[in-house]
Design a protein around this ligand. Sequence first.
Ligand code: 5RP
Length: 235
Amino acid sequence: MSSSLIEQAKQKAAYQAVDEHVLPSHRVIGVGSGSTVVHVINRLLQRDPELNAKTVFVPTSFQSRGILLDGGLKVGDVEQYPNVDVTIDGADEVDSQLNAIKGGGGAHLQEKVVAEAANKFVIVADYRKDSKLLGEQWTKGVPIEVVPFAWRAVQKKLQDMGSKDAELRMAVAKAGPVVTDNGNFLIDAPFGLIREPAQLLKDLKLITGVVEVGLFCNMAEIAYFGCEDGSVRIR
Ligand code: 5RP
C-alpha cells in the first residue's frame, strides 16, 4: 500500500474518532503523540475554529505540544487539569482485547498519564496496527523507559526474563541513546507473541530502574482503524 493511502487511512480513523468522541461540552482534551495524532489536531481545528476560547489541550510530548501551539491552541498539563474529558492517541499495535503497545515515539510515560487522567481513552491507527495478539506485527519489542544509569542492569533483567534481544534505543546513525522528554533512556524488549500483556506489564514494572512500560492494558474504550479500502473498522 502506498504511503499516501496509509496517511489517508490514518486521517479517516482520526477524523471519525474526533467526530464521535469530542463533544461540544468537553473542556479538557488529551492529545497523544505520533503521525496519526496530527490528523486529530487538524480535525479539531477544522471542526470548530472557536475551539481555543473554550477548550484546553493536554499534550503528551514535545511533539504534540508544538503542533498544538503552532495551531494557536491553548495548552495545559495534568497538574493544572487532572480531569481530562477524553484522550485520543495513536498506537503501535492493538490486540483483540484493546490492549496496546505504545512508545514507538518514546512518549509512553506522558501518554499513559494523560490517558489515565481521562474519562475516556480512544485509539486511532491505520489497519497495520490491528492484531489478534501483541507482538504479531510490532516486532521491535515493548518500549521501556528506564533511568539512564540503570539501563544495563534493566537490560540484563529483561534478558533473564526471556527478551534476549532487548536493546537500548539509539538515535539515528547511532549517534547515542535516544533521550526521552523526561531525560530517560529507552529499551526495546521483544517478547514474541504476548498472550498475557497485563501479567507482563506487572512483571516489567517490578524491575527497579524501569520508569514506565509501553503496554497499555485495559485502558482503551474503543479503537478506530483506517482500512485499505477507505473504510474505518471500529473495535
Ligand atoms: C508514541 C506513540 C505513538 O502513538 C505510536 O508510536 C503511533 O505513532 P504513529 O501514529 O506515528 O504510527 O505511542 O510514543
